[in-house]
Write a protein that binds this ligand. Structure first.
Ligand SMILES: [Zn+2]
Length: 381
């Protein structure tokens, strides 16, 4: 392995400020790396001005399965830059770590995938089937790059998918989904001395709150890895002043879904509940969602998961576990493709994502490269 080259790719990616947008600059950098190899088909899929997804397809010398690899191009805000010991967009490195916003989540994983594919092209490695790398926009704010690529059919032929999100080098095969919803209540203002002349919007939300808690209460099945379905009302606002009946109020809720209670049926139940409440003349409730993300069902015994565990265990010299996680990934969108396929989330990052002085350990980054390389070649043998 050319460790210097591998680290330069990561440092270069970290120097591009793709904070919740400007992904096109990262996509351009990656495209430039692959342009010198005619065997790599590079497709730029524009999302918005300055925001592009990238799809890189490489065919082997024989027909075979299709393996997807994915990483997102965006990073979250660095927050207070003064709090960072290592500047967030400098790609600083010491003997142990590479630092910067996205080092862990997830330019580390993405750079490792890029290095593996460039090396494969350079060495003209033989394999059967197709490798397809997805580099996406907007993962942190709603997975809409992955949604766009899935809608356009780029994921339809996949037989398996690797998502290079930080997993601390554990093999993650299942994760929770999320439903963020907003409920707006419209009432009628009146003097609080004459409340019957008005319609209290806050009372409408309380009625909804009672009803949704009743809807959720019997859903007690616990996913053995991910735990129970979680629902919390997380924000509430409303009213105009203390002696007026409130005409407007708004409530936000967050649901952490599991494969036992997937998004679509739950959303249908909530929509029915709101429709029922709205049949009463005193309620005028409007429900909207903010980028719901599906849970990822998975089977720890799936051959792809087992292959990953075997390769990772051999490389790292200890037994690597198959685990589940609370956070959603771009896989929530890719699994909506035409056919079903197993997904493994595996990456070199750690818990430092979204924090100051985010970093990735150099040894983890290099180990991820070795593991991706072997999994790709063994899966496409
Ligand atoms: Zn991420």
């Amino acid at each position: 392995m050319d460790k210097r080259k591998a680290l330069i790719i990561l440092q270069d990616l970290l120097k591009i400020k793709s904070v919740n947008n400007h992904e096109a600059q990262v996509a351009d950098y990656i495209k430039l790396q692959f342009d010198q190899y005619p065997a790599a088909q590079v497709t730029v899929v524009n999302y918005a001005p300055g925001r592009s997804n990238l799809v890189i397809t490489i065919h082997g010398d024989q027909p075979g399965k299709t393996l997807g690899l994915s990483g997102h191009l965006d990073v979250v805000s660095p927050g207070d830059i003064g709090a960072w010991q290592h500047p967030p967009f400098a790609g600083e490195m010491d003997t142990e770590n590479v630092y910067g916003r996205g080092a862990s989540d997830m330019k580390g994983g993405l750079a490792a995938l890029i290095y593996v594919l460039l090396d494969l092209l350079k060495q003209k490695r033989s394999f059967a089937g197709t490798i397809r790398l997805f580099a996406t926009v907007g993962e942190e704010t709603g997975n809409y790059g992955a949604a766009q690529l899935t809608r356009q059919g780029f994921a339809d032929e996949l037989d398996a998918l690797i998502v290079a999100e930080p997993s601390q080098l554990q093999v993650e095969y299942t994760h929770r989904g999320v439903i963020d919803y907003e409920l707006a209540a419209t009432g009628k203002a009146a003097h609080s001395a004459n409340p019957t002349a008005g319609n209290n919007a806050i009372d409408q939300l309380f009625r909804f709150n009672t009803a949704i808690n009743e809807l959720m209460a019997p859903k007690t099945q616990v996913d053995p890895v991910l735990g129970p379905l979680l629902h919390n009302v997380t924000q509430i606002a409303g009213g105009e002043q203390i002696n007026s009946i409130p005409a407007r109020a708004r409530l936000y809720g967050n649901i952490r879904t599991t494969p036992l209670y997937p998004n679509q049926p739950l959303m249908a139940e909530i929509e029915d509940l709101v429709a029922q409440l709205n049949e009463q003349p005193e309620n005028e409730l409007q429900l909207t969602y903010h980028y719901p993300e599906s849970p990822l069902p998975g089977n720890p015994q799936a051959p792809f998961v087992q292959l990953f565990r075997k390769v990772a265990s051999n490389t790292l010299g200890h037994q690597v576990a198959a685990v589940g996680d609370g956070g959603a990934t771009d896989a929530s969108e890719f699994i909506r493709a035409a056919q079903k396929f197993p997904v493994v989330i595996f990456g070199p990052g750690n818990e430092s994502g979204h924090q100051v002085d985010e970093y990735v350990a150099i040894k983890d980054y290099l180990a991820a490269i070795t593991i991706y390389q072997q999994v790709i070649l063994q899966f496409l043998r």
